[in-house]
Design a protein around this ligand. Structure first.
Ligand code: FAD
Length: 472
């Protein structure tokens, strides 16, 4: 559903007025930086907003929201620009682009960090690790803090320290009315509840404050690769290993090919392989013990597990999902890694034509599952595994090639149906063929509660370029 305010024809002088009132830049299609500014991580997204407001701070966000509201313009909100669906960009309307606001300010005594709405997880990890601190973020350092957190936020530290939203203390929000609110357990608690999982539906978050924990700076972490032929055996072993793992041990399985990393022998690059990446959020000696059984399993192609700086580990796979490629994905939950589910996974995982396509399985549980279900709007607390199936193609490959990769992801997803746990992580939804899955992501009860909060803070659905919750 589009915004209910009727769009007015755009008056160029109005844009000049907006530009004059901003501290940051307003990029119009005639400006030299416009084409760069409308590009996001997923190069397949090719949208042309009428204007991109590179906001310098909260006042710029307020001015742009009001400007868009008054004219009934479409509104996109860009945090890290990393969402596969590309909802940060809209056609014709205006994009509130926070990419110029990436500050992170750490209070090492209180163990908290204030993070700007356009920051990336690499910014947070670098600033917090100076003090030997960290909070749960994503597994790729160039993912945005905002979009990831607002959808829940899963990552290697979650089993010990909870989701990103479980570590959120408060957020500064610009509402659809252009009001600036602080949402926390004490202030606008309904909004605070909805922000923790409900996505970008309720306003523009200009800053987040997170709890930090002692992590690293050196941790036991890294991926272990086995040949694709070993997939079923590795997954069966991993099923029991993960079930018994301490909360400190976060792990993600990646099925695809060996990425061409400098630390891996060239002869292995792009070979079909299953990898299990672990990160132990505790003492190095304990971490060595926690991963030892996995490291001894079978005959790994290469084992990169070692004591490593947490910040280095967190950007270890960045190059395997660079900006500039074309991406599409399907998200699902898995009830368990049953033998039947493993058979489907082994059957499909290496059937993609592109060596860049892959699937990732995140082990949930631990602290995530101990938070009461209705404490936040994140709906998947009792899920054993979250999975994304990622179809990747290069911009210069023919369209049929990209279409074939997408078909691979859809077939893989279809055949996993009997093994799904219900629901889906909202941040793993695509746009077009997934828009009807937003209710599925939350479940009826949480969706209804989110719709009530939406009705209070954004009754006209100004913020609908997202995994949209419709006002009641
Ligand atoms: C390679 C890859 C790895 C990933 N790994 C993980 C992972 O480990 N854990 C995980 O949980 N997720 C992961 N994700 C999913 C990720 O959480 C989402 O893609 C998320 O939307 C990215 O956030 P962003 O700020 O970069 O998004 P953007 O593309 O900038 O924004 C996406 C949407 O978020 C909303 N939004 C963004 N910024 C704001 C803001 N400041 N205020 C209000 N709304 C805003 C808007 O609705 C916008 O349309 C991964 C995605 C990819 C592609």
């Amino acid at each position: 559903m589009a915004s209910e305010t009727q769009a007015q024809p755009l008056d160029p002088t109005a844009f000049r007025e907006l530009a004059g009132s901003l501290q940051g830049e307003l990029l119009l299609p005639t400006n030299p930086g416009y084409d760069t500014a409308r590009r996001i991580w997923n190069e397949a997204i090719d949208r042309r907003p009428a204007g991109i407001a590179r906001c310098a701070g909260v006042d710029d966000v307020v001015a742009t929201v009001r400007f868009a509201r008054e004219r009934g313009l479409e509104v996109g909100v860009r945090g890290g620009g990393h969402n596969v669906a590309g909802t940060a960009m809209c056609d014709d309307g205006i994009v509130i682009d926070l990419s110029a606001t990436r500050g992170v300010s750490v209070d090492p005594t209180a163990r908290t960090a204030r993070v700007d709405g356009g920051a990336l997880w690499g910014d947070v990890d670098r600033a917090t690790q100076v003090h030997g601190l960290a909070t749960t973020g994503g597994i790729v350092s160039h993912t945005g803090v905002a979009g990831l957190t607002l959808g829940g936020g899963i990552g290697f530290l979650m089993r010990k320290h909870g989701l990103a939203v479980d570590n959120l203390l408060d957020a500064e929000v610009v509402t659809a009315e252009g009001a600036v609110l602080r949402a926390s357990a004490d202030e606008h608690p309904d909004l605070f509840w909805a922000l923790r999982g409900g996505g970008g539906n309720f306003g523009v978050v200009t800053s987040f404050r997170f709890v930090l924990h002692r992590v690293g700076p050196t941790v036991i972490a890294g991926p272990i690769f086995w040949a694709a032929d070993d997939t079923s055996a590795v997954l069966r072993f991993y099923r029991d290993f993960a079930a018994e793992a301490p909360d400190e041990l976060g792990s993600v399985v990646r099925l695809g090919t060996v990425p061409p990393l400098a630390v891996i022998p060239e002869s292995l690059h792009w070979q079909p392989a299953i990898a299990v990446a672990c990160c132990y959020a505790g003492a190095v000696d304990d971490g060595e013990r926690a991963v030892s059984a996995l490291r001894r399993f079978g005959t790994p192609l290469v084992d990169l597990t070692s004591p490593v700086r947490y910040t280095d580990f967190q950007c270890g796979v960045d190059v395997s999902v660079p900006h500039g490629w074309h991406y599409y994905w399907k998200g699902t939950t898995l009830a368990s890694l049953s033998d039947d589910a493993i058979a489907v996974i082994a059957d499909h995982a290496y059937a993609a034509a592109s060596p860049r396509s892959y699937a990732a399985i995140f082990h949930m549980g631990g602290a995530v599952a101990r938070v009461p279900h209705d404490a936040t709007a994140f709906a998947g607390r009792d899920i054993a595994h979250n999975m994304s199936i990622d179809a990747v193609s290069l911009p210069d490959e023919p369209g049929e090639r990209a279409a074939a990769e997408m078909q691979w992801a859809r077939r893989f997803f279809r055949d996993l149906q009997p093994h799904r746990a219900g629901g889906v992580y909202v941040n793993f939804l695509d746009s077009d063929d997934d828009s009807s899955r937003v209710r599925e992501a939350y479940g009826e009860r949480t969706y209804r509660r989110l719709a009530e909060v939406k009705t209070v803070y954004d009754p006209h659905n100004v913020f609908h370029h997202n995994k949209n919750i419709q006002p009641g």
